[in-house]
Each structure stands twice: as C-alpha cells, then as structure tokens.
Design a protein around this ligand. Structure first.
Ligand code: MRU
Length: 346
C-alpha cells in the first residue's frame, strides 16, 4: 500500500487521520485554519516534520480564505502564525515551517493577491518536497550503520507517518531492506498514546519488514539478552550542545543503551535543530491531558486519579552515539561537534 501521510491534491490538503490507525485507513480534508489546528493538537497528524508540513499547507489554505474576504493583512496572518506555532510547543519543525511561510508572506505582501497566493502555495510544496528528500538522504547515511542481520529497536513513530518521506529513524530501515539486507525491528509500544503499537508496527508490516511489538518496559530485558544491535530514534528538537528532545521514554532507552554498550542513534533533518538554545533543559516540554493515561485503564473519572503526562523528554548528548542528518553525521555530539558540523555545511 502506498502511504502518503499528507497529500496536496487539486489545491486541497488531505491527511491520514492517524487516530484511527491501525484499524481504519482514511484521509480527511483540512479545509480551514481551525481544521489544521485541531488536527495537530489532537494528533490526527503528528511527528515533528509532518506537523511542520501540515502547518505550512494550513498557512496557505488560511491565506486563501482571508483573500476571499479581503482580510489578508500582516496582522491577520500573524495571528494565524501564532496559533499554528502554539499547537504543540516541543517540535522545532512546526515553528520552523510556519516562520518560513511567514517570511515568504512578508517578502511578497505587496504583490497582487493571486501572485502572493501562488508564492505561498509553492513555498508549502517546497517544504514538503524538501522533507521528502531529506528523509531519503537520512536513509542513505543511516544505512551504513545497519549490518545484514541487524536487530533494530525503535521508539514512537519516526517513519513515513511522521514525515513527508520515508521517515527519519525508520529511513535507514527502509533503505537497508530495499537493498536486500535482512533485518528485524523491535517496536516499543510507546505509552501513553501508542505510536509504536498503532503506527510503527502497522507501517512496517505494510512494507513486509519483520517486526515485533514490545511494551516499553521490556526494552532492557531484550538488550540484556543481546537481542538489540542498535537503537534508532527520531527527534523533535536538537539544541546546540547536541541534547535531543524526543518522545517520552527515549531518555530511558538511551541510559539502558549506554549500560549495555549498544549504539544509540538519533536521526533528524536540519529543520529539527534549534541553535538558539544552548542545552536541553531550555526546550519547552509539552504536557498533555492526563486522560491519555487514565483512559488506557478505563479508570472512572469519579475516582479523581492524578496523572502527569509530559509528552517528551530530553536525552543528554553524552548518551548519543551519533546524530544522522540529511547533510551528514555528527559523531559523538557535543557543543564543539555540532558547531563544527554547521560551520562546515553552511
Ligand atoms: O507526539 P508525537 O507522536 O508527535 O511524537 C513524535 C515523536 O516524538 C517522533 O519521534 C519525532 O517527532 C520524530 S518524527 C520523524
């Protein structure tokens, strides 16, 4: 099955509604700014690059609607920018994409409306196309770390469903598999939302890639038994010293990997980097509703349980073997290696 997470077709934006996966595969149209904001907040579309791309198309759809009522102004579009950016605070790709659209608006705002809209449409398509290409490049760089017969452990969903292409953490898996390497993926279920169980397992199975679902607290057991050769995860934000925010549970995996001497790789495009922050403690961490936890167990609301639900955690750079990007690899990330990498690529 061809999985296209975000589809822009005849001037309309469609996404797979991921809240129904794996039981139902269906597209919904995002027809307005409200639709886009609600889809991102409610995880109908999720994963750092995918929410950035969706927001970019949402910017265009909204600008088009504002033009129809002659209310496309710097003020009205800035209001939309802020709403989009604030949907989810942790993933850098979201504000990166929205600000890029806004810059494009600012540079062309004096043009006639049809020309301006065309520029905004092309800007959103470009963000989507660039991400598709970035995923393929990450796949090619990451493939070098996957030996024939490898067992890979992954967390959350950093595959096709999280991006505009073949994923970040899963890109090397798809690339290696297409090349004929034998491999097997252990998929963490990823509580509380279950992106591993519902999304990663499903998309790997669609591609006939051998995989096994485990609960998050089984990872150490399999590492201790020598069943895991490498760990590949995505990222929501990477800061200048190489610290990485990713789905809650990533940090625990990195500590376990360090103890068991298993290589721990983070894979992400450049749009995930935030060099304005110097260390991971500065990254805003999204706190989600406690119902996501209590509803897992059908706990009666009347019992008034209290739960904490941080959606992301921060893995310190010293626990990361390498960050694999679309422009190359940062080995043993640290403040010096990250700045040297950016100096060399720009
Ligand atoms: O809450 P989610 O599902 O948006 O979290 C997604 C992740 O944490 C991914 O690992 C990350 O965005 C990288 S996706 C290529």
């Amino acid at each position: 099955m061809q999985i296209e997470t975000i589809r822009f077709d005849r001037d309309k934006v469609f996404i797979i509604d991921q809240t129904y996966l794996p039981n139902k595969f269906s597209y919904i149209e995002l027809n307005s700014l409200d639709d886009v904001v609600s889809a991102i907040k409610n995880l109908k579309v999720r994963g750092a690059p995918a929410i950035g791309i969706t927001a970019a198309y949402g910017f265009y759809v909204h600008a088009k609607q504002l033009t129809q009522t002659r209310s496309l102004t710097k003020e009205s579009i800035l209001e939309a920018v802020e709403r989009l950016e604030n949907c989810r605070p942790t993933a850098k790709n979201l504000s990166w994409a929205v600000r890029r659209m806004y810059d494009s608006f600012l540079s062309n705002q004096n043009k006639p409306a049809p020309a301006l809209l065309d520029i905004l449409k092309q800007a959103a398509i470009e963000i989507h196309d660039e991400d598709r290409l970035a995923c393929s490049k990450i796949g090619a760089y990451g493939n070098a770390f996957i030996e024939d017969g490898s067992n890979v452990l992954t967390h959350c969903n950093a595959g096709i469903l999280a991006t505009g292409g073949i994923g970040t953490a899963l890109a090397p898996v798809y690339t290696a598999f297409a090349e004929g390497k034998k491999l097997h993926v252990y998929v963490d279920e990823t509580r509380p939302v279950g992106q591993g169980a519902r999304l990663t397992y499903w998309e790997l199975e669609q591609h006939n890639i051998p995989c096994t679902l485990i609960t998050d607290n089984m990872a150490g057991f399999f590492m201790g038994r020598g069943k895991i050769d490498l760990i590949c995860v995505g990222a929501d934000r990477i800061v200048s010293n190489g610290d990485v925010a990713n789905k809650i549970g990533t940090y625990s995996l990195a500590v376990l990997a360090d103890y068991h001497k298993i290589p721990f790789y983070v894979l992400a495009p450049l749009s995930t980097f935030d060099l304005s922050l110097s260390e991971g403690s500065e990254i805003p961490i999204e706190n989600r509703a406690q119902d996501e936890i209590t509803d897992l167990w059908n706990i009666d609301k009347g019992l008034n349980y209290k739960a904490e639900n941080p959606a992301f955690d921060v893995t310190p750079h010293n626990l990361i073997s390498a960050i694999i990007t679309d422009k190359g690899i940062i080995h043993k990330p640290c403040p010096e290696s990250v700045s040297k990498f950016f100096y060399n690529i720009t």
